[in-house]
Design a protein around this ligand. Structure first.
Ligand code: ADP
Length: 411
């Protein structure tokens, strides 16, 4: 099955075509009269017998919208369709899987798309004003261009729907939650879910009883407490601004800092402060760069600001790891993933070297190995194994899409 994986932004569309092998035989053609599949089907159930590790083509369409080269998402799809025709040599797409940032409290798993689902994604726009409307535009554009082609949405928040209330509540008046949906949602769920499954399999552990701490460290970064294979706490919150120190995001700060600045500096708007916290803070604010490669090189050359930025980010992460180790009742593995987690041995060392109280120790030569494979980087006498598990969100989305579409066709 060929699955087109789409990540629609407001002015860009990122796409990838994956060949997914399904164990289902003689798949019947799709008909739009089929009922929507049960939303509660889990990603794991949905992906049984499905494997999607072959990328046939990928690309990025930019400058969509007002003032751009491409008028709207519909026109962007025309451009993409032409590129796909050339790249796929006459083969056609069987299904489309979309990454959607916010699934709110409703979505705890991927779902097959229908009109009501698109409207639900639009209704969640107040929670993700930049992302959800763009995703809805992408969904409608695909529906218009290829009527009847099955579409599946995979939500960044869904994996964290298993958080217990003590972890998702904020200790503020209930009306904030009831009226505005203000609570912890968590993000990067597709990645945390995917690497948890891969790590459990690699260690020969049953996912249902697997406890771990997963650090997804890209430009955006979050850490998740995994208990029994599910998410029980995560560092991002109501928005992806919370938690770890990231490329340009502050992560956790005392909320009074923000109200204090807004009260003292009347020329500063809430929007401007929000922009500064999201785009001009984090590693960039402390070390002068949001790029971990750059910070690592400068630290090695003796630059104190770069070194401080790395130390602060590592220290913040270490505190979360310690807390989550306790929260899950003892982790069986510490897992690093995404850009910095997979390719930043210096940063991993800064983190793991602070975990000696847990008798966790790195194997320096294993940590230095550059590889795209899942691997252990801890010393043989480390109390808890430390793993690098490459993430692949597109693969997870392609597999979930193929799984849902296949099971619907069979039912
Ligand atoms: P995104 O969140 O945009 O998907 P990525 O997962 O690609 O981000 O991670 C981006 C981060 O990974 C950047 O901070 C980048 O500097 C870092 N990174 C990429 N390659 C390396 C490397 N070889 N060594 C250290 N850091 C790296």
């Amino acid at each position: 099955m060929l699955v087109l994986v789409i990540n629609s932004g407001s002015s860009s569309i990122k796409y990838q075509v994956r060949e997914v092998s399904t164990s289902a035989e003689n798949i019947a053609p799709y008909t739009s009269s089929m009922p929507a599949i049960n939303e509660r089907i889990t990603l794991e159930q949905a992906t049984v017998g499905v494997e999607g590790d072959q990328v046939l083509t990928k690309g990025l369409i930019e400058n969509i919208g007002e003032g751009g080269d491409i008028a709207d998402h519909a026109q962007a799809l025309d451009v993409m369709a032409q590129r796909l025709d050339e790249a796929l040599g006459g083969r056609t797409i069987d299904a489309v899987g979309h990454r959607v940032v916010h699934g709110g409290e409703r979505f705890s798993a991927p779902v097959i798309v229908n009109n009501e689902i698109i409207r639900a994604i639009e209704r969640l726009a107040p929670l993700a004003p930049l992302h959800n409307p763009a995703a809805a535009l992408g969904l409608r554009a695909v529906e218009k261009k290829w009527p009847g082609l099955p579409q599946v949405v995979v939500f960044d928040t869904a994996f964290h729907r298993s958080l217990p209330e003590k972890a998702w509540r904020y200790a503020i008046p209930d009306s904030f939650y009831r009226l505005h949906g203000i609570r912890r949602y968590g993000f990067h769920g597709t990645s945390h879910d995917y690497v948890t499954g891969k790590a459990a399999e690699f260690l020969g552990a049953e996912r249902e009883s697997f406890n771990a701490v997963v650090a997804h460290l890209g430009n955006g970064a979050s850490v998740t407490a995994i208990q029994g294979g599910t998410s029980v706490d995560t560092s991002m919150g109501y928005t992806p601004l919370a938690g770890l120190i990231m490329g340009t995001r502050s992560g956790d700060v005392d909320p009074s800092v923000l109200t204090g600045i807004l009260t003292r500096d009347r020329s500063m708007s809430a929007e401007e402060l929000d922009r500064i916290l999201n785009k001009e803070s984090g590693l960039a604010a402390i070390g002068g760069s949001n790029d971990m490669r750059d910070l690592t090189e400068r630290t090695e050359a003796g630059d104190a600001k770069a070194a401080l930025a790395m130390e602060m980010a590592a220290y913040r992460l270490v505190k979360y790891i310690g807390g989550y180790h306790v929260a899950v009742g003892g982790m069986q593995a510490l897992i690093f993933t995404a850009g910095i987690g997979e390719k930043g041995p210096e940063f991993r060392k800064l983190v793991v070297d602070q975990l000696s109280a847990l008798n966790i120790a790195l194997d320096d030569s294993a940590n230095a190995v550059r590889s795209d494979d899942i691997r252990v980087i801890s010393a043989s006498d480390s109390a808890i194994p430390v793993l690098v598990v490459p993430t692949d969100e597109e693969r997870a989305i392609a597999e979930a899409t193929a799984g849902l579409v296949t099971s619907r066709i069979q039912s």
